[in-house]
Design a protein around this ligand. Structure first.
Ligand SMILES: [Ca+2]
Length: 448
């Protein structure tokens, strides 16, 4: 049976109860004073006795109807709770019924009060009437409880309705996304079309600018990669190491010692200021074709996941050239302070003035990572390097022309084992290239 008709039936029962009670009480009220003889003639003939009997009959009738009403309210409560759980589409009907029940009960109570008041006025209050009044009060409390429960359930249903709306919205968005996803069959067909040169991306699968970029010819990963592909002239090239998010330009030396070297530092005339801060050393500065520092970010991208060789070329103002080569070189990421993580075996003729710095973090004049607690090596020695406490080389130091004044010892661009800290060199170049054995593991990483 549909909910609305059940409620209508209940309402009709209530109205019937109200009408019957009202009619009964009206008769009690009107008959009593107006026709005592008639009344007594129809019944026992004793006026006093008939008044008492009538009141008792009235109480009995009220008690019977109250009992029915109590049972019905109790049943109705259970049914309403169950039906509310069925779904919120019934909510409106229940809200309407709530109002009707309230009105019916209110009408019944007011009639009973009027009638009861009249009877009690005539007869003074006695025990049965008090009992009836108590039951009416209880009934009223029960109805209030039902109404409160209804309101609470109404709130729950409204919350559930909001949740369902949110879920429906999310489901709709998911469905939209799913319809935008290419199917396996679509991808297979597109690959076939690409192979036959007949592929045109549909509008919904147009590539973004960055996706189109990734379809451009792949950049070489470093200068060795360029040399391996047959280029043998030194110069500026664009590379993109495997762990770099975007390509950048470097100077490649393709002649020195079989070539394939990426230059990470170059100085030869002092035109570029090297006494700079962390941000500059991180991102790089200078002119790639002249004097420059490639940048710790790029050096990390080139060496952080692929062990390189390191080559340092030096020249003094007398034209004397020396070199220091290390079999392995790798630095760590910025959050570790770009440490000189790996420094392999030295060979060359400049002497080993870097071993002292192995394992140290990079320091600049505004970023003190050295192990000299009292001061800043970078500020004291006018450079930026993997200072310890402090240095045996300082290739990013101040640019002088040869011998430095006493108060500038250690502050020049020096290499301790070549001309010592009192002499500032003319030229310095720092170059890297992947170790031959590292290349094969790197190509495996790239899946080529
Ligand atoms: Ca310090």
């Amino acid at each position: 049976m549909p909910i609305s008709s059940k409620h209508v039936l209940f309402f009709k029962v209530l109205v019937f109860v109200v009408q019957v009670s009202y009619g009964q009480l009206r008769r009690v009220k009107h008959d009593e004073p107006a026709a005592p003889e008639q009344h007594s003639a129809r019944h026992s003939g004793m006026w006093n006795g008939s008044r008492v009997g009538l009141r008792r009959a009235c109480d009995a009738e009220l008690e019977y109807r109250l009992t029915r009403l109590e049972v019905q309210v109790a049943e109705k409560t259970d049914r309403l709770v169950n039906e509310l759980k069925d779904g919120n589409h019934k909510l409106q009907a229940i809200e309407l019924q709530e109002e009707e029940i309230r009105n019916a009960i209110e009408g019944l109570r007011s009639e009973m009060n009027n009638a009861g008041g009249q009877v009690w006025q005539d007869e003074q209050r006695d025990a049965p009437s008090d009992k009836l009044a108590a039951r009416i009060a209880n009934l009223e409390i029960s109805i209030k409880v039902v109404l409160a429960a209804l309101r609470s359930l109404t709130g729950d249903v409204a919350g559930i309705r909001r949740n369902i709306s949110a879920i429906l919205a999310a489901t709709g968005a998911l469905h939209d996304e799913m319809t935008d996803l290419p199917t396996k069959r679509f991808i297979s067909q597109a690959l076939l079309d690409i192979r036959h040169g007949t592929y045109y991306p549909p509008v919904s699968h147009q590539m973004t600018a960055s996706q189109q970029e990734s379809c451009q010819p792949v950049n070489p990963t470093d200068c060795m990669d360029i040399r391996n592909k047959g280029t043998s002239s030194s110069g500026i090239y664009t590379i993109q190491p495997g762990y770099s998010s975007k390509p950048f330009m470097v100077f490649c030396d393709m002649e020195m010692n079989d070539g394939g070297w990426t230059v990470i530092q170059s100085r030869f005339n002092g035109s570029q200021d090297f006494f700079l801060g962390w941000a500059d050393y991180k991102t790089g500065f200078g002119n790639i074709g002249k004097e420059f520092w490639l940048g710790l970010d790029h050096i990390y991208e080139l060496t952080g996941h692929l062990v390189n060789e390191l080559l340092i070329e030096l020249e003094d103002f007398e034209g004397e050239k020396r070199y220091a080569q290390y079999s392995a070189f790798s630095i760590g990421p910025e959050n570790e302070g770009f440490p000189l993580k790996v420094l392999g075996q030295y060979r060359g003729n400049a002497g080993d003035s870097l071993e002292y710095h192995a394992g140290q973090r990079f320091s600049t004049k505004d970023m003190d990572h050295d192990v000299w607690p009292e001061g800043s090596c970078a500020r004291a020695h006018g450079g930026a390097w993997w200072y310890k406490s402090c240095d045996s080389s300082n290739l990013n130091g101040l640019y002088f022309t040869g011998e430095v004044p006493d108060n500038f010892i250690y502050k020049g661009m020096y290499w301790g084992t070549f001309r010592g800290p009192e002499y500032s060199l003319k030229k310095s170049r720092v170059l890297i290239r992947p170790r031959k054995d590292a290349r094969s593991s790197a190509t495996r990483e790239r899946g080529t």
